[in-house]
Design a protein around this ligand. Structure first.
Ligand code: CS2
Ligand code: MG
Length: 402
Protein backbone atom coordinates (compact mmCIF):
# COMPACT_ATOMS: atom_id res chain seq x y z
CA UNK A 1 0.00 0.00 0.00
CA UNK A 2 1.33 3.45 -0.91
CA UNK A 3 0.46 7.07 -0.23
CA UNK A 4 -0.24 8.63 -3.62
CA UNK A 5 -1.14 12.17 -2.62
CA UNK A 6 -2.37 14.39 0.19
CA UNK A 7 -4.09 17.74 0.40
CA UNK A 8 -4.98 20.32 3.01
CA UNK A 9 -8.56 21.56 3.20
CA UNK A 10 -9.08 24.90 4.96
CA UNK A 11 -12.62 25.98 5.72
CA UNK A 12 -14.49 28.22 8.10
CA UNK A 13 -18.03 27.06 8.90
CA UNK A 14 -18.36 29.56 11.75
CA UNK A 15 -14.71 29.07 12.70
CA UNK A 16 -11.53 27.96 10.94
CA UNK A 17 -10.59 24.31 10.51
CA UNK A 18 -7.59 22.75 8.78
CA UNK A 19 -8.07 19.15 7.63
CA UNK A 20 -5.42 16.91 6.11
CA UNK A 21 -6.62 14.28 3.63
CA UNK A 22 -4.17 11.50 2.69
CA UNK A 23 -4.90 9.36 -0.40
CA UNK A 24 -3.64 5.83 -1.14
CA UNK A 25 -3.31 3.63 -4.21
CA UNK A 26 -6.08 1.37 -2.82
CA UNK A 27 -8.73 4.09 -2.98
CA UNK A 28 -8.82 4.51 0.81
CA UNK A 29 -8.21 7.96 2.25
CA UNK A 30 -7.69 9.17 5.81
CA UNK A 31 -8.47 12.45 7.58
CA UNK A 32 -6.52 14.28 10.26
CA UNK A 33 -7.25 17.54 12.09
CA UNK A 34 -4.44 20.12 11.73
CA UNK A 35 -6.25 23.11 13.25
CA UNK A 36 -4.13 25.38 15.45
CA UNK A 37 -6.36 28.20 16.63
CA UNK A 38 -5.15 31.57 15.29
CA UNK A 39 -2.09 29.97 13.58
CA UNK A 40 -3.88 27.88 10.96
CA UNK A 41 -1.92 29.03 7.90
CA UNK A 42 1.42 28.24 9.53
CA UNK A 43 0.44 24.57 9.82
CA UNK A 44 -0.95 24.58 6.26
CA UNK A 45 2.36 25.86 4.93
CA UNK A 46 4.40 23.35 6.95
CA UNK A 47 2.24 20.47 5.71
CA UNK A 48 2.16 21.57 2.07
CA UNK A 49 5.78 22.58 1.69
CA UNK A 50 7.58 20.05 3.87
CA UNK A 51 5.44 17.10 4.96
CA UNK A 52 3.26 16.13 2.00
CA UNK A 53 6.15 15.78 -0.49
CA UNK A 54 7.91 13.46 1.99
CA UNK A 55 4.77 11.39 2.57
CA UNK A 56 4.18 10.45 -1.06
CA UNK A 57 5.36 6.92 -1.79
CA UNK A 58 5.46 5.82 1.90
CA UNK A 59 3.45 2.83 3.11
CA UNK A 60 0.62 4.34 5.24
CA UNK A 61 0.48 1.24 7.46
CA UNK A 62 3.87 2.16 8.99
CA UNK A 63 2.43 4.58 11.55
CA UNK A 64 5.32 4.17 14.00
CA UNK A 65 8.09 4.71 11.47
CA UNK A 66 6.35 7.64 9.75
CA UNK A 67 5.81 9.30 13.15
CA UNK A 68 9.53 9.05 13.90
CA UNK A 69 10.41 10.18 10.38
CA UNK A 70 8.66 13.49 11.06
CA UNK A 71 9.77 13.80 14.71
CA UNK A 72 13.23 12.24 15.12
CA UNK A 73 14.07 12.56 11.45
CA UNK A 74 13.72 16.33 11.50
CA UNK A 75 16.40 18.44 13.15
CA UNK A 76 14.02 21.12 14.58
CA UNK A 77 11.92 19.22 17.07
CA UNK A 78 8.69 19.96 18.95
CA UNK A 79 6.77 23.22 18.77
CA UNK A 80 3.03 23.71 18.31
CA UNK A 81 3.09 24.16 14.51
CA UNK A 82 5.12 21.10 13.61
CA UNK A 83 3.42 18.93 16.26
CA UNK A 84 -0.03 19.94 14.93
CA UNK A 85 1.15 18.79 11.49
CA UNK A 86 2.60 15.49 12.80
CA UNK A 87 -0.61 14.89 14.76
CA UNK A 88 -2.75 15.38 11.66
CA UNK A 89 -0.56 13.00 9.62
CA UNK A 90 -0.71 10.37 12.37
CA UNK A 91 -4.50 10.67 12.74
CA UNK A 92 -5.02 10.32 8.99
CA UNK A 93 -2.80 7.22 8.89
CA UNK A 94 -4.72 5.55 11.75
CA UNK A 95 -7.93 6.44 9.91
CA UNK A 96 -6.57 4.64 6.84
CA UNK A 97 -5.48 1.64 8.96
CA UNK A 98 -8.98 1.28 10.43
CA UNK A 99 -10.67 1.63 7.04
CA UNK A 100 -8.27 -0.87 5.50
CA UNK A 101 -9.01 -3.40 8.28
CA UNK A 102 -12.72 -2.40 8.26
CA UNK A 103 -12.82 -1.72 11.97
CA UNK A 104 -13.27 1.34 14.23
CA UNK A 105 -10.06 2.88 15.57
CA UNK A 106 -10.79 1.84 19.17
CA UNK A 107 -10.40 -1.82 18.13
CA UNK A 108 -6.83 -1.16 17.00
CA UNK A 109 -5.76 0.44 20.27
CA UNK A 110 -7.15 -1.93 22.86
CA UNK A 111 -10.83 -2.42 22.07
CA UNK A 112 -13.62 -1.09 24.26
CA UNK A 113 -12.95 -0.51 27.94
CA UNK A 114 -16.37 1.19 28.32
CA UNK A 115 -19.40 1.86 26.19
CA UNK A 116 -19.61 5.64 26.59
CA UNK A 117 -17.43 8.64 27.30
CA UNK A 118 -18.26 10.96 30.19
CA UNK A 119 -18.00 14.60 29.12
CA UNK A 120 -18.14 17.90 30.92
CA UNK A 121 -20.35 20.76 29.82
CA UNK A 122 -19.33 24.39 29.66
CA UNK A 123 -21.27 26.60 32.02
CA UNK A 124 -20.40 30.27 32.06
CA UNK A 125 -22.22 33.40 33.13
CA UNK A 126 -21.56 37.07 33.69
CA UNK A 127 -22.32 36.79 37.41
CA UNK A 128 -22.93 34.00 39.93
CA UNK A 129 -26.74 34.17 39.48
CA UNK A 130 -26.57 33.69 35.71
CA UNK A 131 -23.87 31.00 36.12
CA UNK A 132 -26.07 29.08 38.54
CA UNK A 133 -29.08 29.31 36.20
CA UNK A 134 -26.98 27.87 33.38
CA UNK A 135 -25.58 25.17 35.69
CA UNK A 136 -29.15 24.10 36.54
CA UNK A 137 -29.99 23.88 32.82
CA UNK A 138 -26.94 21.73 32.11
CA UNK A 139 -27.81 19.41 35.00
CA UNK A 140 -31.41 19.18 33.76
CA UNK A 141 -30.03 18.21 30.33
CA UNK A 142 -28.28 15.27 32.02
CA UNK A 143 -24.69 16.46 32.43
CA UNK A 144 -22.95 14.93 35.44
CA UNK A 145 -19.91 17.20 35.14
CA UNK A 146 -19.83 20.95 34.52
CA UNK A 147 -17.04 23.45 34.08
CA UNK A 148 -17.84 26.69 35.86
CA UNK A 149 -16.48 30.03 34.56
CA UNK A 150 -17.88 33.38 35.64
CA UNK A 151 -17.35 37.08 35.08
CA UNK A 152 -15.28 38.60 37.89
CA UNK A 153 -16.50 41.83 39.53
CA UNK A 154 -14.20 44.66 38.46
CA UNK A 155 -12.86 42.86 35.35
CA UNK A 156 -14.64 44.02 32.19
CA UNK A 157 -14.56 40.77 30.20
CA UNK A 158 -13.09 37.59 31.63
CA UNK A 159 -11.74 35.02 29.15
CA UNK A 160 -13.81 31.87 29.14
CA UNK A 161 -17.12 33.67 29.56
CA UNK A 162 -19.13 33.32 26.37
CA UNK A 163 -20.72 36.27 24.58
CA UNK A 164 -23.12 33.94 22.74
CA UNK A 165 -25.67 32.24 24.95
CA UNK A 166 -25.39 28.86 23.15
CA UNK A 167 -21.90 28.55 21.65
CA UNK A 168 -18.58 29.46 23.14
CA UNK A 169 -15.94 30.65 20.71
CA UNK A 170 -12.69 32.02 22.13
CA UNK A 171 -11.21 33.40 18.85
CA UNK A 172 -12.38 36.71 17.37
CA UNK A 173 -12.16 37.92 13.77
CA UNK A 174 -9.00 39.89 12.87
CA UNK A 175 -6.00 40.66 15.07
CA UNK A 176 -5.92 39.61 18.77
CA UNK A 177 -8.34 41.62 20.90
CA UNK A 178 -6.98 42.86 24.26
CA UNK A 179 -8.55 41.67 27.50
CA UNK A 180 -7.79 42.96 30.98
CA UNK A 181 -6.96 41.03 34.08
CA UNK A 182 -6.60 41.50 37.83
CA UNK A 183 -5.45 38.40 39.71
CA UNK A 184 -6.25 39.67 43.20
CA UNK A 185 -9.89 40.41 42.26
CA UNK A 186 -10.12 36.92 40.71
CA UNK A 187 -8.57 35.16 43.72
CA UNK A 188 -10.88 36.92 46.15
CA UNK A 189 -13.95 36.05 44.11
CA UNK A 190 -13.60 32.44 42.95
CA UNK A 191 -13.86 30.61 46.33
CA UNK A 192 -17.14 32.45 47.06
CA UNK A 193 -18.44 31.52 43.61
CA UNK A 194 -17.73 27.83 44.20
CA UNK A 195 -19.24 27.90 47.68
CA UNK A 196 -22.47 29.19 46.17
CA UNK A 197 -22.46 26.71 43.29
CA UNK A 198 -21.61 23.67 45.44
CA UNK A 199 -24.34 24.47 47.98
CA UNK A 200 -26.88 24.89 45.14
CA UNK A 201 -26.04 21.84 43.00
CA UNK A 202 -25.27 19.39 45.83
CA UNK A 203 -22.48 16.85 46.10
CA UNK A 204 -23.22 14.54 43.20
CA UNK A 205 -22.27 16.91 40.35
CA UNK A 206 -18.62 17.13 39.28
CA UNK A 207 -17.39 20.74 39.23
CA UNK A 208 -14.40 21.84 37.15
CA UNK A 209 -12.71 25.21 36.72
CA UNK A 210 -10.16 26.60 34.24
CA UNK A 211 -7.62 29.19 35.46
CA UNK A 212 -6.19 29.67 31.93
CA UNK A 213 -2.61 29.89 33.27
CA UNK A 214 -3.26 33.22 34.97
CA UNK A 215 -1.75 32.56 38.41
CA UNK A 216 1.80 32.45 39.67
CA UNK A 217 2.66 29.18 41.46
CA UNK A 218 2.03 30.60 44.94
CA UNK A 219 -1.25 32.23 43.87
CA UNK A 220 -2.33 28.93 42.33
CA UNK A 221 -1.40 27.13 45.57
CA UNK A 222 -3.64 29.53 47.51
CA UNK A 223 -6.52 29.06 45.06
CA UNK A 224 -6.24 25.25 45.01
CA UNK A 225 -6.15 25.26 48.82
CA UNK A 226 -9.13 27.60 49.24
CA UNK A 227 -11.23 25.56 46.77
CA UNK A 228 -10.71 22.31 48.72
CA UNK A 229 -14.04 22.43 50.61
CA UNK A 230 -15.94 22.42 47.26
CA UNK A 231 -14.35 19.17 46.05
CA UNK A 232 -13.50 20.09 42.49
CA UNK A 233 -13.14 17.31 39.92
CA UNK A 234 -10.20 19.39 38.69
CA UNK A 235 -8.56 22.78 38.62
CA UNK A 236 -7.24 23.33 35.10
CA UNK A 237 -4.06 25.11 33.98
CA UNK A 238 -3.56 26.84 37.35
CA UNK A 239 -0.12 28.06 36.20
CA UNK A 240 1.64 28.40 32.92
CA UNK A 241 2.79 24.90 32.02
CA UNK A 242 6.29 25.76 30.86
CA UNK A 243 7.45 25.96 34.48
CA UNK A 244 6.90 22.33 35.38
CA UNK A 245 8.44 22.84 38.84
CA UNK A 246 5.69 25.36 39.63
CA UNK A 247 3.31 22.47 40.08
CA UNK A 248 5.33 21.26 43.10
CA UNK A 249 4.27 24.28 45.08
CA UNK A 250 0.58 23.68 44.32
CA UNK A 251 0.80 20.00 45.32
CA UNK A 252 2.55 20.89 48.57
CA UNK A 253 -0.35 23.07 49.66
CA UNK A 254 -3.47 21.35 48.38
CA UNK A 255 -5.23 18.15 47.40
CA UNK A 256 -7.42 19.72 44.70
CA UNK A 257 -6.86 17.57 41.56
CA UNK A 258 -4.93 19.30 38.78
CA UNK A 259 -5.36 19.07 34.98
CA UNK A 260 -2.78 20.62 32.71
CA UNK A 261 -1.47 20.76 29.17
CA UNK A 262 -3.93 21.87 26.50
CA UNK A 263 -0.99 23.89 25.09
CA UNK A 264 1.57 21.09 25.50
CA UNK A 265 2.70 19.16 22.44
CA UNK A 266 4.97 16.27 23.46
CA UNK A 267 5.42 13.76 26.26
CA UNK A 268 8.55 15.67 27.27
CA UNK A 269 6.31 18.49 28.52
CA UNK A 270 4.88 15.98 30.99
CA UNK A 271 7.78 13.88 32.25
CA UNK A 272 8.39 15.79 35.52
CA UNK A 273 4.67 16.25 36.08
CA UNK A 274 3.91 12.57 35.63
CA UNK A 275 6.85 10.96 37.37
CA UNK A 276 6.64 13.28 40.40
CA UNK A 277 2.85 12.80 40.52
CA UNK A 278 2.25 16.55 40.38
CA UNK A 279 -0.91 16.33 38.27
CA UNK A 280 -4.00 14.15 37.88
CA UNK A 281 -5.23 14.67 34.30
CA UNK A 282 -3.56 15.02 30.88
CA UNK A 283 -5.12 17.81 28.77
CA UNK A 284 -2.87 17.48 25.69
CA UNK A 285 -5.17 16.40 22.84
CA UNK A 286 -4.65 13.96 19.99
CA UNK A 287 -4.54 16.86 17.51
CA UNK A 288 -1.71 18.81 19.15
CA UNK A 289 0.13 16.13 21.09
CA UNK A 290 1.50 13.95 18.31
CA UNK A 291 -1.61 12.02 17.34
CA UNK A 292 -2.62 8.53 18.45
CA UNK A 293 0.91 7.11 18.21
CA UNK A 294 2.46 9.56 20.67
CA UNK A 295 -0.48 10.02 23.03
CA UNK A 296 -0.66 6.25 23.54
CA UNK A 297 2.86 6.42 24.98
CA UNK A 298 2.11 9.42 27.17
CA UNK A 299 -1.05 7.81 28.55
CA UNK A 300 0.77 4.51 29.12
CA UNK A 301 3.40 6.30 31.23
CA UNK A 302 0.63 8.25 33.00
CA UNK A 303 -1.24 5.03 33.80
CA UNK A 304 1.61 3.82 36.04
CA UNK A 305 1.10 6.97 38.13
CA UNK A 306 -2.72 6.85 38.31
CA UNK A 307 -3.00 9.86 36.01
CA UNK A 308 -6.01 9.95 33.69
CA UNK A 309 -7.18 11.40 30.38
CA UNK A 310 -8.96 14.75 30.33
CA UNK A 311 -8.33 15.84 26.75
CA UNK A 312 -8.87 19.33 25.41
CA UNK A 313 -12.06 19.47 23.35
CA UNK A 314 -12.90 23.11 22.66
CA UNK A 315 -14.60 24.22 19.42
CA UNK A 316 -11.22 24.85 17.76
CA UNK A 317 -10.63 21.10 17.68
CA UNK A 318 -12.51 19.75 14.67
CA UNK A 319 -14.99 16.83 14.71
CA UNK A 320 -12.14 14.65 13.38
CA UNK A 321 -10.19 15.37 16.57
CA UNK A 322 -13.19 14.84 18.80
CA UNK A 323 -13.94 11.48 17.20
CA UNK A 324 -10.28 10.42 17.49
CA UNK A 325 -10.35 11.40 21.20
CA UNK A 326 -13.51 9.39 21.70
CA UNK A 327 -11.91 6.25 20.23
CA UNK A 328 -8.92 6.82 22.50
CA UNK A 329 -11.11 7.38 25.56
CA UNK A 330 -13.14 4.26 24.77
CA UNK A 331 -10.00 2.16 24.67
CA UNK A 332 -7.68 3.23 27.50
CA UNK A 333 -8.10 1.98 31.02
CA UNK A 334 -7.04 5.31 32.57
CA UNK A 335 -9.87 7.35 31.10
CA UNK A 336 -10.95 10.32 33.22
CA UNK A 337 -13.27 12.67 31.35
CA UNK A 338 -13.54 14.40 27.95
CA UNK A 339 -14.14 18.12 27.36
CA UNK A 340 -17.16 18.76 25.15
CA UNK A 341 -18.02 22.11 23.61
CA UNK A 342 -20.63 21.49 20.92
CA UNK A 343 -19.79 22.88 17.49
CA UNK A 344 -22.07 25.35 15.79
CA UNK A 345 -24.73 23.55 13.66
CA UNK A 346 -23.19 24.63 10.33
CA UNK A 347 -20.06 22.61 11.20
CA UNK A 348 -22.21 19.52 10.57
CA UNK A 349 -22.79 20.67 6.98
CA UNK A 350 -19.07 20.14 6.38
CA UNK A 351 -18.20 17.27 8.72
CA UNK A 352 -20.33 14.11 8.82
CA UNK A 353 -19.92 12.93 12.39
CA UNK A 354 -20.18 9.49 13.95
CA UNK A 355 -20.87 10.44 17.59
CA UNK A 356 -23.85 11.67 19.56
CA UNK A 357 -24.55 13.04 23.02
CA UNK A 358 -26.89 11.37 25.46
CA UNK A 359 -27.29 12.56 29.04
CA UNK A 360 -23.81 13.95 29.50
CA UNK A 361 -22.02 11.12 27.69
CA UNK A 362 -20.77 10.83 24.11
CA UNK A 363 -21.30 7.63 22.14
CA UNK A 364 -19.37 6.72 18.99
CA UNK A 365 -20.64 4.34 16.30
CA UNK A 366 -18.66 1.58 14.61
CA UNK A 367 -17.70 3.36 11.37
CA UNK A 368 -14.25 2.09 10.35
CA UNK A 369 -11.21 4.20 11.21
CA UNK A 370 -11.86 7.50 12.95
CA UNK A 371 -15.18 7.51 11.14
CA UNK A 372 -15.75 11.21 10.36
CA UNK A 373 -16.01 12.36 6.74
CA UNK A 374 -15.68 15.78 5.13
CA UNK A 375 -17.94 17.21 2.41
CA UNK A 376 -15.45 19.18 0.33
CA UNK A 377 -18.08 20.98 -1.76
CA UNK A 378 -19.69 22.27 1.35
CA UNK A 379 -16.29 23.14 2.88
CA UNK A 380 -15.54 25.31 -0.17
CA UNK A 381 -18.59 27.46 0.65
CA UNK A 382 -16.94 28.58 3.90
CA UNK A 383 -13.60 30.28 3.09
CA UNK A 384 -10.92 30.96 5.70
CA UNK A 385 -11.46 34.08 7.80
CA UNK A 386 -8.58 35.31 9.93
CA UNK A 387 -9.39 35.09 13.64
CA UNK A 388 -7.21 35.37 16.75
CA UNK A 389 -7.22 34.50 20.40
CA UNK A 390 -7.02 37.51 22.73
CA UNK A 391 -3.95 38.82 24.51
CA UNK A 392 -4.22 39.51 28.19
CA UNK A 393 -2.98 42.67 29.93
CA UNK A 394 -3.05 43.63 33.60
CA UNK A 395 -5.08 46.77 34.35
CA UNK A 396 -1.86 48.87 34.23
CA UNK A 397 -1.12 47.56 30.72
CA UNK A 398 1.48 44.90 31.56
CA UNK A 399 1.24 41.98 29.16
CA UNK A 400 0.29 38.84 31.05
CA UNK A 401 -0.41 35.16 30.54
CA UNK A 402 -3.83 33.91 29.76
C1 CS2 B 1 -10.06 26.45 26.98
C2 CS2 B 1 -10.15 26.82 25.52
O1 CS2 B 1 -11.30 24.55 26.49
C3 CS2 B 1 -10.53 25.08 27.27
O2 CS2 B 1 -10.19 24.57 28.32
O3 CS2 B 1 -8.89 26.72 27.61
O4 CS2 B 1 -11.09 27.85 25.43
C4 CS2 B 1 -8.87 27.32 24.88
O5 CS2 B 1 -8.50 28.52 25.42
C5 CS2 B 1 -9.03 27.41 23.40
O6 CS2 B 1 -9.32 26.15 22.90
C6 CS2 B 1 -7.80 27.98 22.74
O7 CS2 B 1 -7.82 27.76 21.39
MG1 MG C 1 -8.45 25.30 29.15
Amino acid sequence: MKITNAKVIVCSPGRNFVTLKIFTNEGIYGLGDATLNGMEKAVVSFLENYCIPALIGQDPRNTEDIWHYFYRGIYWKRGSVSMAAISAIDMALWDIKGKMLKTPLYNLIGGKSRDRVLVYAHVNGNDPGETLEKADKAIEAGYEAIRIQCGVPGISHAYGVSKDSRFYEPAEKGLPPVQHWDTSKYLNFVPHLFEKIRVAVGDSIHLLHDVHHRCTPIEAARLAHELEPYHLFWLEDPVSGELQEGLRLIRKHSHTPIAIGEVFNTGYDYTTLITEQLIDFIRMPVSHGGGITHLQKVMALASFYHIQTGFHGATDLSPVSLAASLHFNMAVNNFGIQEYMPHNEIVNEVFKVNYHLEKGNLYINDNPGIGVDIDEESAAKFPYAKASLPVNRKTDGTLFYW
